[in-house]
Design a protein around this ligand. Structure first.
Ligand SMILES: Cc1cc2nc3c(=O)[nH]c(=O)nc-3n(C[C@H](O)[C@H](O)[C@H](O)COP(=O)(O)OP(=O)(O)OC[C@H]3O[C@@H](n4cnc5c(N)ncnc54)[C@H](O)[C@@H]3O)c2cc1C
Length: 391
């Protein structure tokens, strides 16, 4: 890979300029509308059109396939800014980017030339479909099946929790074959139904609104033999490797939400007066602000360090897990602390703090729950201690 998320580092000045552009766009066009769109659970068509115009759908796709070819640090900077405005916006990009990454790392040149250019422009949007009703943490229990029939694969089964599933045109699907779980690209038209494939349920969620998360059912759905990505039976390690970047992405998302919660808290603490002075002058509130800011900074540094390690081509299962674990718990804690600092106002729909509080828990669950992160971290540490793993 000459350029792209894991390729040559982006010039720091260009990185800063891109992230700053997104920050200014979020301040101008997202923050004034996010709460209303979120409460209406409305897909943000205008914002997504602007994200396309800014090239964000191809941010990490190499230039030779029509993308911007920017590095992982630029990507996490953009994800933090989008999430600062509204966490769902980063969800619209995340599985799209993961699909492109799976293609870049494991697809054939023919597959990359075919699918990456329309993904880069956002003409086609992507989804990633690993989980099932009975297979979330336990990916070995995947039961959706792909059976070879001449020049085609025939897919049967139900996949759960497919974010972007309805609007996506391309889905990277994990399905069981005789050789083990394999990765396939499913092509479809955006919408609820497509020849042997249907959206069987839309999930009503606590937060993460606007972006759809759906259940998808496959009933003798046929795809060309050439849509198998990478080696037969190696789908799980291929997709899980992309999810290492996915975890760094979730950490960046958490930093964005935590920062929004902190900014709301420190702003309100200076405005709200009790007992004759702004609450920011009460030591109990100052303690909270100091703890919050420290955790926020630590989350950002862990996230950045995991991204740098990944970009340097080093193993980063431990570091990506640590960043995701710490940053997501921080987002959860800071959204609660921000609500406390707002008193009764924090519990109303008039201010965005209640949204941060509803969005934050997803990051504790998604891309592998935090319990699973701890297992991944511990296994990685033990392997390093035994000298089983080299950087
Ligand atoms: C809004 C939303 C969007 C999502 N989007 C996608 C998507 O786009 N694509 C996709 O493929 N998936 C997606 N997911 C699925 C997500 O990745 C799973 O929910 C997650 O991996 C957890 O799986 P589960 O829900 O089956 O929980 P379970 O695996 O049933 O876990 C239940 C509890 O048991 C704990 N647990 C399980 N096993 C162990 C163990 N060995 N040791 C200790 N504790 C354990 C878990 O930590 C958790 O606390 C999404 C989920 C949500 C909520």
């Amino acid at each position: 890979m000459a350029d792209g998320p894991l390729g040559a580092p982006t010039d720091p000045a260009l990185r800063a300029e891109i992230v700053d552009n997104v920050r200014r766009y979020v301040a101008r066009e997202v923050l004034p509308h996010a709460t209303e769109l979120e409460h209406a659970d409305e897909f943000p068509d205008d914002i997504v059109a602007a994200m396309r115009d800014m090239g964000l759908f191809g941010l990490t796709i190499p230039e030779r396939y029509g993308g911007l070819g920017l590095d992982l640090l630029t990507y996490i900077g953009v994800i933090e800014e989008l999430s600062y405005g509204w966490m769902s916006l980063s969800g619209i990009l995340n599985t799209h980017t993961m699909l492109a990454l799976v293609l870049l790392q494991h697809g054939s040149e023919e597959q990359r030339e075919r699918w990456l250019p329309p993904l880069a422009t956002g003409e086609k949007r992507g989804a990633l479909s690993l989980s099932e009703p009975d297979a979330g943490s336990d990916t070995r229990s995947i039961s959706c099946r792909a059976v070879r029939d001449g020049d085609e694969w025939v897919i049967n089964g139900t996949k759960a929790w497919v974010t972007n599933g309805e609007r996506a045109s391309l889905v990277v699907l994990a399905a069981k074959t005789e050789a083990g779980v394999s990765a396939f690209i499913v092509e479809k038209e955006p919408g609820p139904k497509f020849e042997g494939l249907s959206v069987s349920k839309k999930v009503a969620k606590l937060g993460y609104k606007g972006v759809e998360t759906v259940e998808m059912s496959y009933a003798d759905h046929r795809i060309p033999a050439g849509n198998l990505v990478g080696e037969l039976g190696r789908g799980l390690p291929q997709i899980l490797a992309a999810l290492e970047v996915g975890r760094i992405n979730i950490a960046a998302r958490a930093v964005g939400v935590a920062r929004a919660a902190f900014d709301a808290a420190i702003g309100y603490a200076q405005l709200r007066t009790t007992f004759g002075k702004p609450i920011a002058e009460h030591q109990a509130i100052q303690m909270k602000l100091a703890e919050m800011a420290t955790r926020l900074e630590a989350s950002r540094l862990l996230t950045r360090s995991a991204a740098e390690r990944k970009m340097a081509g080093q193993r980063c299962d431990v570091e990506a897990g640590m960043a995701k674990l710490f940053a997501s718990e921080t987002a959860l804690e800071l959204s609660m602390e921000a609500m406390r600092i707002h008193g009764g106002m924090g519990y109303t729909e008039e201010l965005p703090v209640e949204r941060y509080y509803r969005d934050a828990p997803l990051m504790v669950i998604g891309e592998g729950t935090n319990e699973i992160q701890k297992l991944v971290i511990a296994r990685g540490l033990l392997a390093r201690a035994r000298g089983d793993v080299r950087d």
